[in-house]
Ligand binder design. Structure first.
Ligand code: MLT
Length: 234
C-alpha cells in the first residue's frame, strides 16, 4: 500500500498497480464505465482535458479541491454519470489526486494499471486473484498526504485476496486491520475523515454514500497504454 510521496520507494516494474481514490475519482470512473461509457481518458492537467475534449467531441469533467472547474462541462460526481447520459460516450477526466496518481504510476513504469473503489471491489479482487502478479495498492490520498478512505479500500482488497498472496508490507497489514475493525459501519467512520467534511460543505453526502457502497458498479477499469484510456475489461 503506497501513497504518492512514497512512490519512489517502490519498484512498480512488473506489478499491477491499483489506483485508489474512493472520494471520488475512481468511484466516478467505475460508475461511468458501468453505465456504458465507451472509455474514460484520465488527464493530469485542466488545459489538456479541455483540448482533448474538443478534439474528440467528448465530455470534459473534473474538479480541483472538490469543485467543478470553469471550462469543464461536468464535475467529479459518480451520480452525474447515469446510463442515459454517459452510454457510448467518452469522458475526459481530471481530478486533484486520482488522475494525478494514475499518471505518476505511468511515469514510474507500472506494468499494468487498473482502478479500484468500493463500487467495483469484486471485479478488482477477482482480477488480482486471476493474474497472481505483484500488486501495489496506490492510495491517492489528498495532495500527497495520507487519507483514511483510500486506506480502508486497500484494506478491503487485502482482506478479500489475502489467501492468494504473501503480504510483504506492514502498511498492508495496517490497512487490512483498519478495514476489519471498521467494516460493520464504514459510513460512520468515513464521516470523520477530512475529505468527507470538505465535500459535505458542498452538500455532496450522497456522492460519498455511493462511494462507500460495495459492488454497485462492478466493472474492471483497465488502462490501455496505447490508447491512453481506461475501458471496461470483461
Ligand atoms: C481527487 O482526485 O482528489 C478527487 O476525486 C476529489 C473529489 O472530487 O472528491
Amino acid at each position: 500500500v503506497l501513497s504518492p510521496k512514497l512512490t519512489d520507494l517502490y519498484n512498480l516494474d512488473g506489478c499491477i498497480v491499483v489506483i485508489i481514490d474512493v472520494f471520488r475519482a475512481t468511484s466516478t470512473i467505475a460508475s461511468a464505465l458501468y453505465n456504458g461509457a465507451e472509455r474514460v481518458i484520465p488527464v493530469a492537467q485542466v488545459d489538456a482535458c479541455i483540448e482533448i475534449g474538443k478534439e474528440l467531441n467528448a465530455i470534459t469533467a473534473g474538479e480541483r479541491d472538490g469543485k467543478i472547474i470553469e471550462g469543464l462541462l461536468h464535475g467529479n460526481s459518480p451520480l452525474e454519470y447515469s446510463r442515459e447520459f454517459i452510454e457510448n460516450k467518452t469522458l475526459v477526466l481530471t481530478t486533484t489526486n486520482g488522475t494525478q496518481m494514475l499518471h505518476l504510476a505511468l511515469e514510474r513504469g507500472a506494468d499494468e494499471i487498473i482502478t479500484g473503489s468500493f463500487p467495483n471491489l469484486n471485479s478488482v479482487c477477482a482480477h488480482l486473484k486471476l493474474r497472481r502478479k505483484n500488486v501495489i495498492l496506490a492510495c491517492s490520498g489528498w495532495k500527497n498526504r495520507f487519507n483514511m478512505e483510500d486506506t480502508l479500500f486497500a484494506g478491503a482488497v487485502i482482506d478479500n485476496v489475502k489467501d492468494f498472496f504473501e503480504i510483504h508490507c506492514d502498511s498492508s497489514l495496517m490497512a487490512q486491520n483498519l478495514f476489519k475493525v471498521q467494516k460493520k459501519d464504514l459510513k460512520t467512520f468515513a464521516a470523520l475523515t477530512t475529505h468527507w467534511h470538505r465535500l459535505a460543505k458542498y452538500g455532496l453526502e450522497n456522492d460519498m454514500l455511493y462511494c462507500l457502497s460495495e459492488n454497485v458498479a462492478d466493472v474492471l477499469p483497465f488502462y490501455d497504454k496505447t490508447k491512453q484510456c481506461l475501458y471496461s475489461k470483461t
